[in-house]
Design a binder for this molecule. Sequence first.
Ligand SMILES: [Zn+2]
Length: 555
Amino acid sequence: MLTLSNGKNLDLAALHKYLEAKLRRVATHMADVIIRGGKIIDGSGNPWRWGDVAIQGGSIKAVGRVGEDAPTVINAEGLCVCPGFIDMHAHPDLTLFYKDVEDYKLRQGVTTEVGGNCGFTAAPLSPATADALKKSSAFITPPHGVDWNWRTFGQYLEAVEASRPSTNLAPLVGHGAVRIAVMGFERRGPTPQELDEMKALTQEAMEAGAFGLSTGLVYVPGAYSETGEIVALAEVASRYGGIYATHMRNEGDALLESLNEAIDIGRRAGLPVQISHHKATGERNHGRVAQSLDLISRAREEGVDVTVDQYPYAAGSTTLQAALPPWAQEGGVEEVTRRLRDAGTRGRIQREIQNDAGEIRMGGLLEEILITSLATEENRALAGLTIGEISDLRNRSPVDTVLDLLVEENCAVGMVVFSMDEEDVRAVMASPHTMIGTDGLYQVGNPHPRVYGSYPRILGRYVRQDGLISLEEAVRKMTSFPAQKLGLHDKGLLRPGADADIVVFDPDAVIDTGTFRDPNRYPVGIEHVLVNGRISVSEGRFTGVTAGAVLRNRA
Ligand SMILES: [Zn+2]
C-alpha cells in the first residue's frame, strides 16, 4: 500500500495486475469492449447499417463486422448504436461538481456538454466582484460541492478536471462573467480601458481552451452592453477559431432585430454564430420562427455561418429575476432586493412588468409561471407550484407574489415559463440548420423536465411517434453537427480512431417520462452509454463510472 500526496491509498498489487492486463491487450491489439449486432447510425445522417463496434483504450478501433472477442461484450441486438450525444446548449458549469446528480445527462445519452452558455460562466473571477457573480448564479448552484477555488478560466477548467466529471465538458467563456469581473453589474458601456481588460480576459479564456464566446443579452449584465462591445470580444474569440453563441437580446417582439444583431456580430467579427435555444416567445409572436429560419437561410447564402440549437419543449426555464426590467437589476442581487423593498421603486417595477416591459415579455404569462427552485428552507415546498397557485395560497396578486419571492429568496428562484407554440418547436426541429441542446439547468426541486428527457423525447416523440424527422437526421443533429460546429474532430461520428463516446438505445421504447409537475424522472430506452470507452450506463443504470474529460479548443 502506498499513500499518495492527496491522502488516497494505492494498492500496488491491484495496480500491477491492472497494468499487466492493459499491456497484454495493447500488445495483442485486443479490444476492451465490443458492441455486437446493432443497427449502426454513424452520426453522419447516412442510413443505418448492421454492424459491431470495437473499442480499445478510449477510442473506436473498428466499425462493421468485428470477428475478434473482447473481455466485455454488449449485445446490441434490436438496438441502435450511435455516437454519444453532444449537448450543444448546457449549463453544467457548477453541477459538474455535484456528485449526487451526475447521471441525469448520461442517462439520456449525453456524453459531452457545451458549458458556459447564455453568458454565464463560473470563471473568470475577480476578487472585487466574485461574490456578486456567485449570488447571481445561486439559482443554479448545487447545495454543496462547489468550492469556487479558482480565479482564471484555466484554473476553473483544472478544477473541473480534478473533480472527474461524468460527461466531457466543451467550455465557452461567458461574456457576462467577463463583464462582471471587470465592471460588476454596472449599467453602462465600458471605458476603453475596461474594454481592454475584458478583451484580455477573453483572450486568456480562449488560450486556456474555450471554444468560443457566449452572451446572454436578455440577462444582466449582458443587457447593458451594446453591439460594438460584443463585436470587440467576438473578434478575440475569432482569432482562436472560436464561435459566437448567443441567447439573443429578445426572443419575442424583437426576435428578428435580435437575430439580425447576432448575424451582424458574426459578419463583423468573422466567426460562426450559434443561436441558442431558438424560439419565438409570447402568443402574438407565435409562428414567427418561419421568418427567423428564413433569415438564417439568407445569411448562410451570403456566407455567414449561422446555425441554431433547440430543446424539444414549448416552455422555457430560467431565473425568475429575468422577469424584472434590466434597470431594476443594476448593481447585483442586494441592490435588486433593496429596490423591491422600496415602495416607490417597487410600484414602478410592478407597473412595468404588468405593461410587458420585463425582458422575458411575460406580462400575460405571470400566473402560469411554474416555480422550479428556491433557496430558503421555509419556501422550498413551493417548488412545483405556479405563481397563480402561490398567489392563492398567500392571498396576494401574481405580480406581488413574484416580487415577494425574489425578496424572500435573495433572487435565487428558478422558473419554467410557458411561452412558446408547439408548431414553432416542430418547425425549428425540422430545419436542417438545427442541432439539439438541453439548456438543462439542474435545480434541486422541480426542474424543467428537459434536464432529464430532451434526447429521448426527440427520439420517441418526434421521430418514432410523429415521424417529423428521420432517426438518422435526429442523430446527426445530436452528434456530428454540433461536433463540426465546435471543431471536435474526434467526436460525433462512429468511425475508427474516433473517441469511444457511444449510446446504445432501443428505438422502439426510447421516450422521456418526466412532466412539468413531476420532472425528476429518468427516460426509458437508453440502454448503454460509454464515455471515452468506459461504460457509464449499463442496462439503463448508472454504473458509477465517471470518465468525462475537459476538452480544450486547439484550433
Ligand atoms: Zn439562455
